[in-house]
Design a protein around this ligand. Structure first.
Ligand code: ZN
Ligand code: ZN
Length: 247
């Protein structure tokens, strides 16, 4: 299985990440990726960026070093109603919207409360990917979340950094269970490095290995740029007009 896209990466704009757009795309190109999503944290996370950062992503070329760049966000789910920390005006301009639960923005609640928050975000129509749903800090009902995601055509992420000890220790069993339920409900997953440093861009293998135990290549969106484009079109995302590659 070839993995051509890393759909979860951060730049220095996130406030606690250490590489630039050019550094991340350089590594992506060197590692043979065809696509990368820039998904800096939403404005509610302390140290993060301002809302206009996301609107201004339009200045970026479509390809950098030959790698297609999706303009995205990792938004924060703020409440049990699935509310996000960026308004529709900005979200609608993006190529891909990731969202998830983070401390500082959402206090971990009961399984029922956390599940309600994720299912509401899934059902809102504003979110394309739920990030790191296997995080043990926010326990959820894997079956309910996977069922809702499959029904609404939303991807659940298997986050590579959750499985390598870089973040969210104790995620493996939860991710395994989520992949099982995604298979049961015939949904799809998205793999993300969640790189906060360029050296981690494109690191997807541990997540891929886990996903493959339950899911076919067709259920893992990162295996084809055409599949990513098709998925985004199904979500009603209109890719920003093509611009001349600058580099
Ligand atoms: Zn996150
Ligand atoms: Zn992230």
């Amino acid at each position: 299985m070839k993995l051509v896209a890393d759909l979860h990466t951060h730049t220095i704009a996130s406030g606690h990440a250490y590489s630039t757009v050019l550094e991340n795309t350089r590594v992506a190109a060197d590692r043979g990726l065809e696509m990368i999503a820039l998904t800096d944290h939403g404005p509610a996370l302390p140290g993060g960026t301002y809302k206009h950062f996301f609107a201004n992503l339009r200045v970026l070329p479509v390809k950098i070093f030959g790698v297609e760049v999706l303009r995205g966000i990792e938004a924060n789910i703020m409440d049990q109603q699935g509310g996000l920390d960026l308004g529709d005006y900005f979200l609608e301009k993006l190529d891909i919207v990731l969202a998830g639960l983070h401390r500082d923005c959402y206090d971990p609640g009961s399984v029922e409360a956390n599940t309600r928050a994720l299912v509401a975000a899934i059902a809102s129509g504003k979110v394309d990917v739920i990030v790191h749903p296997g995080n043990p800090a926010f326990p959820i009902d894997a079956n309910q979340v996977a069922e809702a995601a499959a029904r609404h055509g939303v991807l659940l992420e298997i986050n590579n950094s959750s499985l390598t000890g870089l973040a969210r220790k104790g995620s493996r069993d939860n991710c395994f269970k989520l992949a099982e339920h995604v298979a049961l409900h015939k949904g799809q997953v998205c793999l993300g490095s969640d790189a906060h440093f360029a050296g981690h861009v494109g690191e997807l293998e541990v997540a891929a290995e886990l996903a493959r135990k339950h899911l076919s290549d067709e259920q893992i969106i990162n295996t084809s740029c055409a599949a990513v484009h098709q998925f985004l079109a199904s979500r009603g995302r209109r890719r920003q007009p093509a611009r001349r590659p600058l580099i």
